[in-house]
Design a protein around this ligand. Structure first.
Ligand code: AMP
Ligand code: GLY
Length: 423
């Protein structure tokens, strides 16, 4: 079967790498792809906002499955357009993608189906939001309702900081439409965990867990990023915690969406705070995480194509996700300056040497191949240096050995990915 994967990140490279192992996998197209996907797939450029062109491409190239990586096309309803044209597509419909597209919608689903989460109120009026913040006190969390590229959440330590964030969003248009309505919620404390589950709209199966490192600096300091590194499995994920999360949150959410006439198809990525009262939902995402996918795919021992296709076509019942017993850890190498301004175009050398190390997989994110075939940086997060090991510690040692091997003075990484799991 030929497959079209939409996206250009490390997540998409990891998905393509895993799809490629399937005996049923034919040709893969990546749109737009990156310098790494080009070795496994044909990179093509189909305008994301032009569903007709995507449909025509699929017909011409006998594409039997489309996999959509990032959230924006999902929230904008690309799946609906492709499904209407009878193209099996992995990802939720526009209505189901509101689970990521609107924080208030998710909170309403939590209320309706009793999913454990932080107490909250939603506002479009800044004075009312500020009055609520004063009433609740700090610390308190202010969230833009819509998509804000991971920057729309402020965990405020003082009520002044929270009120400023609320005003920035509601009055000063800081996130445009995404901030024209906000959620103000209770601050929770504990360790964070990312949980992934596949659904075909009816059935749901657990995919795996991971922990991310959102801050740019060591010791979780500095501004937040898309994610600077991950490991899987999350050592805090016990069998009983997994059961609790599935039974209290994931399964009721999938059942509720089906009952509401907006069945959820695709991967549901749920972020939790594991508090002393139990796991509490922080957010839903309607796609695989980046860089969580890099470690999940490194560990996956099942046929990804079979899983994604059966999820897309309503036949997930009876399927299971097997993971290797080994741990995986991914260190993100980013361009100097990221998440602020950074330069593109610097050359990255010795990648082949790093790739040649045992248990190492290099997933590309913001890279491209220049005319001479050299890999050059083409984005903020550039490489996901991933390793398998008998423990998170061993995977960490191997991943950093690979990082040392890569010759790229214009890039940096956090030196402490995995610290929670190894200390
Ligand atoms: P979100 O995009 O909603 O997951 O928020 C981004 C990050 O903000 C999370 O990964 C948490 O670190 C933090 N966060 C969000 N909501 C809360 C909360 N209610 N209490 C504490 N931290 C939070
Ligand atoms: N790494 C976090 C995310 O993909 O949203």
């Amino acid at each position: 079967m030929n497959i079209l994967v939409i996206g250009s990140g490390g997540r998409e490279h990891a998905i393509i790498w895993a799809l490629k192992k399937s005996a049923k996998c034919g040709k893969i197209f990546a749109s737009p792809g990156n310098g790494g996907t080009g070795d496994l797939a044909e990179n093509v450029l189909i305008p994301i906002n032009n569903p007709e062109e995507i449909v025509a491409f699929c017909a011409e190239n006998e594409v039997g499955l489309v996999v959509i990586g990032p959230e924006a096309p999902l929230v904008n309803g690309l799946v609906d357009q492709l499904v209407k044209a009878n193209i099996p597509t992995f990802g939720p419909s526009e209505k189901a993608a509101r689970l990521e597209g609107s924080k208030e919608f998710t909170k309403q689903i939590c209320d309706k189906y009793n999913l454990p989460t932080a107490a909250y109120e939603a506002f479009t009026n800044a004075d009312k939001a500020c009055a609520y913040i004063d009433k609740m006190g700090a610390p308190i969390v202010v969230k833009a309702d819509g998509l804000a590229a991971g920057k729309g959440v402020v965990v405020a330590q003082t009520t002044d900081e929270a009120k400023e964030a609320a005003r920035d969003m509601l009055l000063n248009n800081k996130f445009g439409d995404a901030g024209s309505s906000i959620v103000v919620e209770e601050c929770m404390f504990g360790e964070e965990i990312s949980v992934f589950a596949l659904s075909d709209g009816k059935d749901v199966i657990y995919f795996g867990s991971a922990q991310d490192h959102k801050a740019v600096g060591e010791g979780d300091t500095g501004p937040n990023t898309g994610g600077m590194g991950t490991y899987s499995p999350a050592p805090i994920m016990t069998d009983s915690l997994q059961k609790q999360i599935m039974e209290e949150t994931i399964i009721p959410a999938i059942k509720g969406m089906k009952g509401d006439g907006t069945p959820y198809t695709g991967v549901l990525f749920a972020g939790f705070m594991v508090t002393d009262k139990g796991p509490r939902l922080l957010e839903f995402n309607v796609r695989f995480g980046d860089p969580e996918t890099q470690v999940l795919m490194a560990r996956l021992d099942s046929d990804l194509l079979d899983l994604l296709y059966t999820a897309a076509t309503g036949n997930l019942a009876g399927k299971e996700v097997r993971m290797k017993d080994e741990a995986a850890l991914c260190v993100v190498m980013a361009a100097n300056g990221y998440p602020n301004d950074y330069e593109k175009g610097s050359q990255i050398n010795s990648l082949k040497d790093a790739e040649g190390l045992e248990d190492v997989i290099i997933f590309h994110a913001g890279t491209r191949k220049d005319k001479q075939g050299n890999i050059v940086a083409n984005g903020g997060r550039v490489l996901g240096v991933t390793a398998l090991g008998q423990s998170v510690k061993q995977a960490q040692t191997t991943a950093y050995k690979a990082v040392e091997t890569i010759d790229w003075p214009e890039g940096f990484c956090r030196k402490d990915i995995g610290w929670r799991a190894v200390s």
